[in-house]
Design a protein. Sequence first.
Length: 309
Amino acid sequence: MDQAISRVAVVGAGTIGASWAALFLANGCAVTVFDTAPGTASLVTTVIDAAWPALVRLGQASAPPDYSRLRFAATVVEAMDGADFVQESGPENAALKEPLLAAIDDALAADKVIASSTSGFTLAMLRKGLARPERVLIGHPFNPPHLLPLVEVVADAATSPAALATAMAFYRRMGKTPIHLTKSVPGHIANRLQAAIWREAIHLIDQGVASLEDIDSAVALGPGLRWAILGPNATFHLGGGPNGLAGFIDKLGPAFESYWDDLGSPRFTPEIRAKLAEGIAALPDRDVLQADRDRKLVEVLALLHGRKN
């Protein structure tokens, strides 16, 4: 069904929307971008130019980008003209997102899907007041969308099965790995898991167990490396020996329950914020960190997907 999708409308062209635009363009789509912010065209093309070498390295693009397939719309109505699929990435602000989605829903052809990149809104919030709520779903990427494969597709019993099937097939064609959440919960899955880990990292910093840098290293150089290949359940299934996950729980379940009982519940007090600021100040410059992360991320993805230089 997604094979009919050749023109994608990207509504909201901040960091996430511009990254989506790069991915869609790389995969052969015609892309129409709408955003009211000044300088949108310059920002989007800058992001695409920066993303392109990584997309080429991962086999999703050939150089150079074909900017004849990219256009910028002055209005939502113009952006919806001829669109086969909409990726909404507007601000996480109900006062802005609700009328934006209503305008999209009103202007878009009735049989087309509206996917929201929202990280915090639920389906009930997104559907509020829409004429065709059944074709709205969540397609939440992990940042940056043009690199990280995960897309959390939230579609419940009130979602059109055709809309869900279209979105899942389309994201797969874009080289993504979509997962289907059948229930809408705040933060979806990945951000809730991140929140749990970060909460305990902050608690450990607050308790003086280790420095911010060492706690980050404990995650990145230990479980983080395994999690790039397998999630926690599959990882512990391997750790359980011949009896798998059941054996792991038999052996280490009580220990993990004791860890759960001892986990912290910090809040962002001035004292904790000061400790975090002190730890971050000891890290390399932010631009250096980001460049190093993205370079290594591309190589990890290339390895996981079996691509060689």
